[in-house]
Write a protein that binds this ligand. Structure first.
Ligand SMILES: Nc1nc2c(ncn2[C@@H]2O[C@H](COP(=O)(O)OP(=O)(O)OP(=O)(O)O)[C@@H](O)[C@H]2O)c(=O)[nH]1
Ligand SMILES: [Zn+2]
Length: 309
């Protein structure tokens, strides 16, 4: 049996890169076996970033190998959302990652703060370091924009302003993703592919665009792929996310992730205050007094309302 890392998933088809591959470019096309040893009963059985055991056989009439994934090793962590169709399932975007680059744009399409906040919560829940990247600063870049994102800087979160197209600010991105496995998450059209191409551009032949190596690997929007850069970082590119329903967060604990509330929440009349409707809520008062960023508080209410008891 071969051990490897899942570097691409499209529906039920996976590409696995063997751990002991000396050539550096061996890729095995895999499906999952009927019986599989895994702890992932209630979530995506296999995700990009998973360490798996594969039974390899030679493909008929060819030199290439194909495999069946029989073991999925326990995950160190994962980044997940609630499935759009089956409400009660966990949809894993990637497993075993160090960082998340939350990707958005100044325009076309303009960033959505609530979307960003949801991804930040998910990062913290899973102990993954987040950063926010705002692309297309060649279109808009002004004081208001910078001030708006200062809210996050004050919370200790890295914010990068870049133009992928004009190759501005890419060094910060390289520094962030260097020596780690980073999940790249953002809406469609924000410029994720452009960023990847620019990061790879100078040494494009050394980028492991895994999908181009096999017959199955056409560019498809449903693929999640792990790309390896020569400067020493791996980036997991996800298809443009439209929705992000939270998974694994408890309604009554959401406020704990809004760290700017901490200063005020001890002064609420009730220790169980949800900061939504209670009398003498110090958090709500801070919001009214503009001591807490209005959009962050509204984002909190939006997330609070979206979760079941
Ligand atoms: N003005 C401007 N346009 C950009 C920039 N980066 C990307 N674009 C444009 O935005 C459009 C979408 O870029 P993509 O890189 O395909 O976006 P994506 O996030 O990969 O989109 P999906 O593949 O659908 O998820 C293209 O027309 C790019 O040329 C930028 O920094 N400035
Ligand atoms: Zn309160």
């Amino acid at each position: 049996m071969e051990e490897g890392i899942v570097v691409q998933s499209i529906g039920k088809d996976f590409l696995v890169k063997p751990t002991n591959d000396k050539s550096g470019n061996q890729i095995i096309e895999c499906v999952t076996a009927g019986k599989i040893i895994s702890e992932n009963e209630n979530s995506s059985m296999v995700a990009v970033g998973d360490i798996v055991g594969v039974l390899v056989s030679k493909k008929k009439n060819t030199e290439s190998a194909e495999g069946k994934i029989v073991i999925v090793h326990p995950r160190m962590n994962c980044f997940s959302r609630k499935t759009v169709y089956q409400q009660s399932r966990e949809d894993i975007l990637a497993a075993n990652i160090n960082k998340v680059l939350i990707f958005a744009a100044t325009a076309d399409p303009v960033y959505n703060r609530r979307f960003i906040d949801r991804l930040l919560l998910t990062s913290e829940l899973n102990l993954i370091e987040p950063a926010i990247c705002i692309n297309k600063i060649d279109l808009i870049f002004n004081k208001e924009l910078q001030e708006e994102f200062n809210v996050y800087k004050k919370l200790g979160i890295n914010v990068f302003f870049i133009s992928a197209l004009k190759e501005k600010g890419l060094e910060q991105i390289k520094d962030f993703i260097k020596d780690s496995i980073t999940l790249l998450c953002g809406a469609s059209g924000t410029g994720k592919s452009t960023l990847i191409n620019k990061l790879a551009g100078r040494e494009i032949q050394k980028v492991t665009d895994i999908s181009s190596k096999t017959s199955k690997g056409k560019h498809t929007t449903s693929a999640t792929r792990m790309l390896e850069f020569e400067f020493g970082g791996k980036l997991i590119d996800t298809p443009g996310l439209r929705e992000f329903a939270l998974w694994g967060l408890i309604k009554s604990e959401i406020a704990l992730y809004f760290h700017e509330f901490d200063l005020f929440s001890q002064q609420c009349r009730y220790s169980t205050c949800t900061h939504t409707h209670e009398p003498d809520c110090a958090v709500k008062k801070a919001y009214e007094d503009e001591m807490i960023d209005a959009q962050r508080y509204e984002s909190y209410l939006n997330i609070f309302d979206s979760l079941d008891e």
